[in-house]
Design a protein around this ligand. Structure first.
Ligand code: PEP
Ligand code: MG
Length: 293
């Protein structure tokens, strides 16, 4: 069986009727890139940049971040690398951020909400990402988005970063794709407007399930109720896909559900353009895609 999976390397991911889909990998660390290459992923669909912050005793500098992003971009040799900006808060805490204890951390001060209110942290990361863009095909995506206004603020910040880098004579790519994670019901409901502002969507089904079903993803007791196959969750994904495509944009899924092989056919039928999974799931998913009509 393993040998059969090995034979898929180098092959296109195409269904029996000729529909193509990108199969990418999720990574949470630089050391995962080896497994991504070994499993012949088409790209990286979710690079969780939090580890840089969580493994550090203090804010990682622009230079430290730049080196890591550059290395991943270079190792992936021109394949798309989607780096998600800082998604800290809630379950992921770092002492030096000085975040207060909160009543409802999952609904709290986290991710893009921190970035937009502490621009110095965000700007450092954006500068590192744009500098690294000169070394491969980096795309940037933003977590926990709920509004078009947030995206406009992000784009203003990007504008400032690009102007600075230009002034400093630093090389970067102007055409870096930017995308938003679709992981709140609000993002789904305004996805027709979000799609006008960005190049792509990536559905974070872990949080989208949590927020759609009002079920804390960390609470073991609620596991029997945490149903990622709930029709409400699947409808959310379908609506986001329709709205992305209406604006000519592409949509991927990077939450755990992307690796649920019982849903691969459903996702392809929705027209999902990319599925991003743990490196060990790349080949089994590619096999399933080829078995789909
Ligand atoms: C998600 O929410 O589905 C996701 C991919 O992000 P994370 O699991 O890191 O919150
Ligand atoms: Mg998430």
């Amino acid at each position: 069986k393993k040998e059969l999976l090995e034979q898929l390397k180098g092959k296109e991911n195409v269904t029996k009727s000729g529909q193509k889909v990108n199969v990418y990998a999720n990574i949470g660390n630089l050391s995962d890139v080896g497994a991504v290459l070994k499993n012949d992923a088409g790209g990286i669909g979710l690079f969780r940049s939090e580890f840089l912050y969580l493994e550090s005793e203090t804010f990682p500098t622009e230079e430290q971040q730049f080196k890591v992003y550059k290395q991943v971009a270079e190792n992936m040799a021109g394949k798309r690398v989607i780096i998600r900006t800082l998604d800290i808060g809630a379950d992921k805490q770092a002492e030096y951020f000085g975040l207060d204890k909160e009543e409802n951390p999952a609904l709290g001060y986290r991710a893009i909400r921190i970035c937009l209110t502490r621009p110095e942290i965000f700007k450092t990361q954006l500068r590192a990402l744009y500098r690294a863009s000169a070394y491969g095909q980096i795309a940037i995506m933003f977590p926990m988005i709920i509004s078009v206004d947030e995206v406009k603020k992000i784009k203003e910040m990007i504008q400032v970063v690009q102007e600075e880098l230009t002034e400093e004579g630093v090389d970067f790519r102007k055409d870096v794709e930017i995308g938003v994670m679709i992981e709140t019901p609000a993002a789904v409901m305004v996805s027709h407007e979000l799609a006008k502002e960005v190049d792509f969507f990536s559905v974070g089904t872990n949080d989208l399930t949590q927020y759609t079903l009002a079920i804390d993803r960390q609470n073991q007791k609620l596991e029997p109720f945490y149903d990622a196959h709930h029709p409400a969750v699947l409808s959310m994904i379908r609506i986001a896909a329709e709205n992305a495509h209406r604006e000519g944009k592409w949509i991927g899924i990077c939450g755990e559900l992307a690796a649920d092989l019982s849903l691969t056919g459903t996702f392809l039928e929705m027209g999902i353009d990319e599925l991003s999974v743990a490196p060990g799931m790349i080949l089994p998913l590619r096999k399933t895609v080829r078995e789909c009509e």
